[in-house]
Write a protein that binds this ligand. Structure first.
Ligand code: GAF
Length: 433
């Protein structure tokens, strides 16, 4: 076997060292950067992320029985669990992500049940940094979901793979995140962003057109780690849900900028600020997409800078280092810069003129040194392809779907038969308990 990419080669070698044979399937999935649209996804809002070149690789093979074993190049030892024993709250640590994906796929009534012969051995390797706000978790989930889908012959649609990653993270890991990252990681395309409406879950691939406009993107990793399972993320989500409840709408997506003045009369100061970030951020995403469609990526710069200010002043999820990185990049010539990801640490994305990378990078490094902050990691970043099967090139044939499902493979939410709908509702009820 030979593979494109050093990290894929490493994962296959790691699998062979761990299990003494070659994998049956190899899947990879990238990290992501969110260009604009932060903390809008769980408010049924708009987001505009893109996949990056760093990837997580899952090499996997069937084994007899129903035990799933996961190993990773980043952690010592193996974690094993019978599929039937995986449940919300039963797992902790990194293995909760891949095993959570196995659980989520096996619980979906629209897919064939993995059965008694669900045993799998998995090996993970990755060059997506953890805690940098680049969604290493979604990369891991989607790479594993692709591998399990093949090995179990599920024939899952893209949206069912996305769903499995999202449920693993929310229900098994316990991080109350939205759906943006899994979409970005699966659907990303070279040179493009994924414009996703999180209310309809319909996405559109939008070319960024950076080359013709002589622009590029750089990523500034502050080195301050962030975690979506930590309290700050859940606190912001709760504030948004409180705001929607008090305003009498299903989600903040139903509030538009012209309704903000009235919202201000009904909400306390802090809750209003949280809501204002989400409402204005949705508007900024719309403007950014319009600019990209018009072939004017430079116009996205000021929207990025405004987004950062909103995250700093209204949503209160930036840090001194993130603010310094974004402000310095703009002062040094960036067209715009903003924190990307869940916040409270992680990275800044900056849109710069082609060739300005050395000067902007040096200014940010100097500013960090002057503020006695540890040196940031700065690198160019390119919108890259989403998840893919690395091996074999021809997919294994899927098994038939359960007849009760009659599920439309292309949609996360549409089930055409009433039996399929009922099974899905019962499943949703059972996981929400
Ligand atoms: C994290 C979450 F996983 C996403 O769902 C999203 O909410 C993001 O933070 C903030 O926009 O990446």
């Amino acid at each position: 076997m030979s593979f494109v990419g050093a990290i894929t080669e490493k994962a296959v070698a790691g699998f062979a060292d761990s299990y003494g044979r070659a994998p049956d399937v190899v899947w990879s999935a990238p990290g992501r950067v969110n260009l604009i649209g932060e903390h809008t996804d769980y408010n049924e809002g708009l987001v505009l992320p893109f996949a990056i070149s760093q990837r997580t690789v899952a090499a996997a093979a069937r084994r007899p029985g129903d035990v799933i074993t996961v190993r990773s190049a980043a952690f010592e030892g193996a974690v094993s669990a019978r599929l039937a024993d995986i449940a919300p709250g039963a797992l902790a640590g990194w293995a909760a992500y891949p095993l959570g994906v196995a659980w989520a796929l096996s619980q979906n009534p629209d897919l064939p049940a993995p059965g008694q012969e669900a045993g799998v051995e998995l090996f993970i390797d990755s060059d997506v940094p953890v805690g940098s706000g680049l969604s290493s978790s979604a990369a891991l989930e989607i790479a594993v979901a692709g591998a399990l889908d093949d090995l179990w012959g599920l024939g899952a649609s893209g949206n069912e793979v996305i769903d499995a990653g999202h449920r693993a993270e929310n229900v098994v890991v316990g991080a109350p995140t939205g759906i943006m990252d899994q979409f970005a990681v699966l659907r990303g395309e070279e040179g493009c962003a994924v414009f996703l409406d999180c209310r309809t879950e319909v996405d559109e691939i939008v070319p960024l057109g950076l080359g013709p406009a002589s622009l590029e993107l750089i990523l500034i990793d502050t080195g301050q780690r962030h975690a979506n399972a930590a309290g700050g993320y859940a606190d912001r989500r709760a504030a948004c849900e409180r705001a929607a409840r008090l305003l009498g709408v299903p989600s903040l997506r139903y509030i538009t900028v012209d309704k903000l003045a009235r919202a201000g009369e009904l909400l306390d100061e802090v809750t209003f600020r949280r809501a204002r970030h989400v409402v204005t951020e949705n508007a900024r995403v719309e403007e950014a997409v319009a600019a990209l469609r018009a072939g004017n990526p430079a116009a996205v710069g000021p929207l990025m800078t405004a987004s950062h200010a909103s995250m700093r002043d209204d949503f209160a999820i930036t840090t001194t280092a993130l603010d310094l990185a974004a402000e310095t990049a703009v002062r040094a010539g960036a067209l715009g810069a903003r924190m990307t990801g869940g916040g409270f640490g992680g990275s800044v994305i900056a849109l710069i003129p082609e060739g300005a990378y050395p000067a902007v990078g040096q200014s940010v490094r100097d500013a960090f040194a002057a503020a006695a902050l540890s040196a940031p990691a700065i690198q160019p970043v390119t919108p890259s392809p989403g998840a893919r099967r690395e091996y074999p090139t021809v997919p294994l044939p899927p098994r038939p779907r359960p007849s009760r499902g009659a599920f439309q493979a292309s949609s996360r939410s549409s089930s055409t038969s009433s039996a399929g709908r009922l099974a899905r509702i019962m499943w949703l009820v059972s996981i929400s308990r």
